[in-house]
Design a protein around this ligand. Sequence first.
Ligand code: LFR
Length: 491
Amino acid sequence: AVTATCAAVDLGASSGRVILGRVGAGELSTTEVARFDNTPIRIARGAGRDRLHWNVLGLYRDILAGLRIASASAELHSIGIDSWAVDYGLLDADGELLGNPIHYRDSRTDGVLDQVRATLGAERIYATTGIQFMPINTLIQLVAARDTAALTAASSLLLIPDLLCYWLTGQRGAEVTNASTTQLLDVRRREWAWELVRAAGIDETLLPPLREPGERIGLVDGTARAELGGGELPVVAVGSHDTASAIVAVPTVTRRFGYVSCGTWSLVGLELDAPVVSEAGRTANFTNELGVDGTTRYLRNVMGLWLLQESLRTWADAGRPAELSGLLADAARAEPFRSIVDPDDPRFLAPGDMPARIAQACRETGQPVPETQAQLVRCVLESLALAYRRTLRQACALSGREVDVLHIVGGGSRNELLCRLTADACGIPVVAGPVEATALGNLLVQARAAGGSGVGDLTAMRALVAATQEVREYAPSGAASDFDAAARRLD
Ligand code: LFR
């Protein structure tokens, strides 16, 4: 029996971590060796304009520091990196980074989504890519960046995890699960959609060759090799889209499951064997993201805990900081269904005063404005639970599938009130956990590439997660009719 020891780098929209894992027959154990902030930075660029950036060099530094700890404490089989999707860095012909990667919440894409839909045709884009229309998609970002100095000078485009792997190994490529989120990939052929790329005015030579999860990218090289102790250390492609890795580690024991990958975003949907690209799916804006082992994630992005995170940040900036666990306890006691919003309203996407935007949405729908922090949190969590229910039902209807259980994985699975409300809203049991599903999925794919025992296919991987990780079950309490009434307020 082979036990694989691997390091997973997992970057979320608000923090990153390096996790050391051991994966073998009946064993899946993890140690967090580093955790660091991932705070976007807004910088001026003259004439009152600004840009929202990721601090990608700071992230690379923190990753290396974490990997140094991991490689000093164990003999590593490999390293794998996943992160949020759609964002990228541009390299010049000498392989140097051209500017700082721009955050998908930056306003440069304002209005561009409609323009792209109109000029290229929404039906055509969807028929090829199967991807939901969101302003954050790489396609939209690239059209927004057309004719900029950086894009004109660029000779390759690397998505964030691919960029970091390039800095570790010197090898360029595009891991396919993350590449699918660009809205530039042919979802059925698992290849770049060259015709669409050209039609969008994107230089096709920017896009590197695709790689599948499990492929070896290369050995840690150059300065990174010296920093990590000088040994031979492979970097392996994982499901480098964090959501792809998270769904690998859903501890399901049935195929009739739905999921919420619950972090800054909530990704709500089903796993399918093949994409469902239909007109009804397009109008409902359902996406077909590519998963590990040829699977499809049929889902929608629900705006997620971003509404809560950004509210907390707004309060802290205004000198009214709130402590989350106390706030959740108060929210659990707050009046139910006082006000409900649609979390997917595009007005909530950009950074800024979230409580004010939520209050405005309540006013517009004739509902009381949340007055206390607890009322606002209650409003956010009930609104999310309703959005999960709506999205799960749509996913089932559009794909002709049924589910018996809803898995909530990721950081949000710790939020008991949210899990309970979701079980009540959906009327099926919720299984919450693991919190670190993404890192686990990352580790499992690496372990399989290393020839590890007990991780042959997704079913085996999930059985291992179910046998080793803690989960919590929430039975529906029968309050579904209250949710029905609340849902009608938004019709
Ligand atoms: C989740 C996620 C979503 C993606 C969003 C933006 O972390 O990767 O799947 O739609 O971030 O990249």
